[in-house]
Ligand binder design. Sequence first.
Ligand code: CO8
Length: 261
Amino acid sequence: SVKPQTPETIIVEVREKVGLITLNRPKNLNALNRQLSVETMDALRAFDRDPQIGAIVITGSLRAFAAGADIEEMAEKNFTEFYMDDFLGEWDGMSKISKPVIAAVGGYALGGGCELAMMCDFIIAAEDAQFGQPEIKLGILPGIGGTQRLTRSVGKALAMDLCLTGRNISAQEAKDAGLVARVVPKEELLQVALEAAHTIAGYNAPAVKMAKAAVNAALETTLGEGLRQERLYFQASFATEGQKEGMNAFVKKRAPVFRNR
Ligand code: CO8
């Protein structure tokens, strides 16, 4: 059998029922090169398959979550190479990850770093985090969702401002605009993100998966269709053991104990 290779650009750890991925190219402020992209997606897929894992956290360092795609790696590429290699295509796999993924963002989340954070289900940011889409300064534009997910999350005005001027915004501005769920002191960043992930991982796993899918439906479809999907998921949650456990525990005034599936 082929032994999976140990990743070199990320650190992969398990903390109880939480999978933790730490981007680890400190000399390049965690610039997202091809190897890091492939290793991160492989780690995400492995956690998604693992029944012991209930939620995933992606983080970087306190200086940089990620300062974007690797500019040195990209600089001399041409269209044909990108097109034939499906450059950035590996990230399409993010939409197939069914377990919640939290981005714990400290320092710079720029360009592809901001886009990676936005591909996660929600963002917890350190007070000194900075978000931006500076691609325009390099003569290019965002390539993995910066014009799409950013616009959906903060609206046209701020998305245009960030994509066209290339300026950064602070964690607090990002929170006020709806890009970030929580802002915390940087010493607490990882702990808060892991606690949120542990909380999620302790719930009824199928209901967690359904809740994620239903929220995502709000961005993919019409209100009527989204409501129809939500209703079906809600009804389907009554086919899970966890629903019986959760409701019986409430009625009997005890703490619920959810199993993994
Ligand atoms: N790519 C490659 N290397 C980088 C990158 C990057 N994006 N960002 C920083 N580095 C390197 C620097 O070259 C430097 O290396 P060295 O020590 O060998 O000179 C090291 O990291 C430290 O960086 P700085 O010395 O510049 O640190 P400062 O604190 O002075 O500045 C900044 C920090 C402001 C973050 C600065 O490094 C910067 O502006 N970086 C580039 C930010 C940027 O333009 N990002 C967008 C990149 S394009 C992009 O993301 C396209 C999106 C398409 C999707 C990609 C998904 C994979």
